[in-house]
Design a protein around this ligand. Structure first.
Ligand SMILES: [Zn+2]
Length: 375
């Protein structure tokens, strides 16, 4: 079977999809578009209850192509439905085979390019009598809002054992084989309130404790694979009261779990020391935000990806990312997950663009991965 792609149809689908306005938490119009498109080829779109958890108007969508039974768990491909900003009134420009936004809005190739690719794949497979292997196409919501859709994914929904997440910028052939572990931290510094003018001696200034702790702390880039940030701080009640309470929150992320834990301990230690020295107290909490992953170059998901690229005459580029994606969350469900590039450039800006050739290559690559998974 050739599973012939219709490149013009793929491009047309992409052009239509970017014009469907569907920013985070308001993806319903995109879901409606997909429901119509998939039902046109006899495929059912399942929807989970993620909307209730995210507060959006749409859940995650899943389309299953049963495929020929290979006796092995199937492949999953995913892309997110939302765009980081609205794409109302988008005019798509095409110059020298590169798509961009003709106006002020973003193009939204992140991630409608991925959505268009998966729809074209489903059409091509359907026209060729079905998939050569079990296949699931997952469309998540509210990815740009902190991976909310993936975090609310219906448990046990996915049957495959490996997902390639179509959601990275850069040329097709890039695969993100390392992504960070992330932890959110919250600290409450407790001092003692006192009248600032009459009796400052009996007060313990929580703001001073926090300031000393933070100035003693390593933040920013901790090592090549680890970053830390305190992002918010609040506290104090009035200018004539020694502040009793300060609350701060932040995050640590690292490609290495042990470095992440060490940095979290370091931050907690700085607060504890400063509080102890001043006679205050702290409450410190840290909770995992997402698990990281690292796939060596000789691991099965990378080897499969490399073989698919070789069949297309394309090179492979491995990348460790400092950003988290749906892949981190899905990995946390016990499913192998890696992010692959779809070819767009400068996502999240009005200069976002997508070469037509890259869009086509992304679809060809997904097709090769599916064919290989059926062998
Ligand atoms: Zn994206």
């Amino acid at each position: 079977m050739s599973y012939g792609l219709d490149e013009d149809r793929l491009v047309e689908t992409f052009r239509e999809l970017v014009k469907v306005n569907g920013p985070s938490l308001a993806e319903r119009p995109v879901a409606d578009y997909l429901r119509r498109a998939f039902s046109g080829i006899g495929l059912e779109v399942e929807e989970d209850r993620a909307a209730a958890a995210t507060g959006g108007d749409c859940g995650n969508l899943l389309v299953r192509l049963p495929g020929r039974d290979t006796g092995r768990p199937g492949l999953i491909f995913s892309s997110h439905l939302d765009t980081i900003l609205p794409t109302d009134n988008l005019e798509v420009a095409e110059k020298d085979g590169v798509f961009s936004s003709a106006g002020e809005t973003i193009l939204g190739a992140d991630n409608r390019a991925g959505v268009a690719v998966l729809l074209e794949i489903a059409r091509a497979l359907s026209e060729s009598g079905g998939s050569p292997a079990p296949l699931e196409l997952l469309f998540t919501v509210a990815e740009e809002k902190g991976l909310l859709g993936a975090k609310a994914l219906k448990k046990g929904w996915l049957r495959g054992s490996l997902v390639y997440v179509l959601d990275s910028d850069g040329p097709v052939g890039k695969i993100v084989n390392g992504a960070p572990y992330g932890v959110k931290i919250a600290v409450t510094v407790r001092g003692k309130a006192a009248h600032a003018g009459i009796d400052p001696e009996s007060g313990v200034n929580a703001m001073v404790i926090a300031a000393r702790a933070i100035s003693a702390m390593k933040l920013g880039r901790i090592d090549p694979e680890t970053t830390a940030n305190l992002g918010t701080i609040t506290g104090g009640r009035a200018v004539n009261i020694v502040p009793e309470l300060v609350e701060a929150a932040g995050e640590v992320r690292s490609l290495r779990e042990e470095n992440l834990l060490r940095q979290v301990d370091h931050i907690e230690g700085c607060f504890r020391e400063a509080a102890a020295a001043a006679g205050g107290e702290i409450t410190f909490s840290s909770r995992p935000d997402y698990p990281g992953y690292h796939y060596p170059a000789d691991s099965p998901p990378i080897l499969l990806f490399r073989r698919a690229l070789e069949r297309l005459g394309l090179g492979m580029e491995l990348e460790s990312s400092c950003g988290a994606s749906d892949a981190n969350i899905i990995k946390g469900l016990g499913i192998d997950a890696l992010v692959i590039a779809v070819g767009y450039l400068k996502p999240h800006t009005s200069e976002e663009s997508l070469p037509r050739r890259e869009l086509v290559n992304a679809a060809r690559l997904v097709r090769e991965l599916i064919i290989l998974s059926g062998q």
